[in-house]
Every structure is written in C-alpha cells, then in structure tokens.
Write a protein that binds this ligand. Sequence first.
Ligand SMILES: *Cc1c(COP(=O)(O)O)cnc(C)c1O
Length: 357
Amino acid sequence: MTATLTIDLPAIVANWRDLAARGAPGAVAGVVKADGYGLGAAEVGRALRAAGCRHFFVALLEEGIALRAAIGPGPMIGVLGGFAPGEDGDAALTPVLNALGDATAHAAAGRAAGGARRAILHVDTGMARLGLDGRDLARVSADPGLLAGLDLHYVMTHLACADEAAHPMNAAQAARFAAACAGLPKMRRSFANSSGMFLGADFASDLARPGCALYGINPTPDAPNPMRPVVRLEVPVLQLRQISPGTPVGYGAAWTAPRPTQVATVAAGYADGYLRSLSGRGVAEFRGRLVPLIGRVSMDLTTFDVTDCPEIVVGDRLTLIGGAGCQPDALAALSSTIGYEILTSLGARYARDYVRA
Ligand SMILES: *Cc1c(COP(=O)(O)O)cnc(C)c1O
C-alpha cells in the first residue's frame, strides 16, 4: 500500500485568482519551475491556463519545452535561466536575458532573421546571481542599438528579501529598478515574486511572478497565511507495536520510550523527501490529533508515537504533510528550512491524486 499525495488544483487556481486580484491592473504569471514546485508543472500549468493565466515562468529550457507541450500554444513561457537562440525549436519560449552577452546574441539572431526576437531583459538590483549589472546597463544606455533585433516584452528584476517586509533591501531594490528602467527604452516591467506582491504599491508592476504562494506557502511569514493549503501527504501505517519504558526506537537508538508507548511505523522516509532533519522534531496528524515523530527518519520508514490514538489500526493513514501542525511551512520551521524545500523535495514514490474542479 503506497502513500498518497493529494494535490488540490482548484486551491492552486483559487490562490492564483486571489493573487491576480491583488496584482491588478498588472498581469499575474504562474511560476511553475522545478516541476511546479514539486507538484507537477503540466497539471498546474493546464489548470492555471484554463483559469486564464497567460504568462508562465520555468527555470530551464527543458522545463519550458515540456510545459509548452502540456499547455499548448498561446501563453508566454519565460525561461528564467535563458537559452541560446533557436534552442527552443518550435516551442516558442521567451528567453530571459541574464547578461549583456545573452542580449547581444539574441539581438544578432533577430537581425539575421530580419525580425525581432521576443525576450525579457533581466537586470540585477541586489542578488548578484543573474541579470545585467551596472556596467552592462551603462553600455546599453550609451548604445541602445545593442538591443536592436530584440522585441523586449518586459524588463524584470528579482527581490532578495521580500519575505522580510521591513528589510531595507526592498526599498533599495525598488529604487535601483526604477533607475535601471529609466536608462532603458520604455517597456513593461515585471517585479514582484509572491512576497513582493504584499509589499505595497512600490512593488506593483505590469507582471508579477508568484510561485510559492500559488502552492500554499505563506508569502507573509510574519502574519497568518492568506493562501489556501494545496498538498496533503497521507501515509499508511505498516505496523503498530507496544513498547515498554526504556525501549529504544530506530537508528542510533536516538529515542527511548519514557512510558509505555504505542509506536506506528509508516511507509515514507527521507527517500520520499520527508526530510531526515525532521528526526525527533516532526509531527503528523491522525484524525485531528498531533502525533509526534519519534527517533530518526529512515530512508523508507518513519516512526510516530500514537499512544494517544487507541483506535488506530494497521492500514490507517497518518497525514505527514498538510494536516494540523504539519503544513509545509510548519514542517520547514521544525527542520530549519523553508516551505519551498519541503515541496520541491516531495518524492516520486507516492500515488499522486490530483483534485480537479
Ligand atoms: C522562483 C522565482 C520567482 C517566484 O518566487 P516565489 O518566491 O516562489 O514567489 C519569481 N521570479 C524569479 C526570478 C524566480 O526565480
């Protein structure tokens, strides 16, 4: 009996509609990189497209080609990592140009084809990862002809600290973005990620790029989560046993029963993306009750203290992710990571059950 990962597509769509209302009058994209944050880019992409989403972002060329096959022609698919001219074949993807060299390569290909290549220009305002830097921007301002052959749909930048509303980087990046845009030909702008959409009018733009909030991660970590939960991982109990005080459980004998304890061993472990760093800290839910994770998370198995669930039987399911106390953000806090990593780690051994409208 396998575990079931339930993915609520109508909840993702409802989250997108909420964000789209918040992003108005600009458009709101769906970021579906990393296989839709682990939840299935094709399924998520089709659901969002049916809801009216016209702009998508992926990280890699291959993700873009697969997404185009899933959603069909029409919507823009921006590839954040960029690609060389022509590499997208007939998938009609939109490259994000992350350096002046990327821009000039696509511009030259556009001129050679006697037209203009659709692209998105990325300027760096504070991440120092990708995007045109100050020197690149100065060269473009001095010689806008460098961009001839490009049909620039947007200029974009990415916030480093949007999940910390009071962080001074936010205003600094907004100012740098405005200054960079002033030195470029007039074009539409794409600014906020999920958290950036909650920072106020200075962060509004023609195209917001939310990812995590679509999938139920809290974009406002200092306030209650305004998004709907999306994932639920239910894992069957393989065995129940009664142990007496002093009996150790699992690898390293890391946990020892302090009282007569009923142990439930369930069929999921770190090979399924249930993080080993949850060892001794995680919680699951059984019929509204929290059950503590005991001992270490193994590769395929995890143990929980179900002493307070006397009615539980083998084959019952514990909710490991998505129940009370074990939403992705809560598990992330318990294992010193972020909800994004809980989702993108989700393994391949679950039966995936997509809830449709
Ligand atoms: C991942 C990503 C996003 C989406 O970010 P969230 O925090 O998940 O909303 C937006 N823009 C860029 C450039 C990204 O890499």
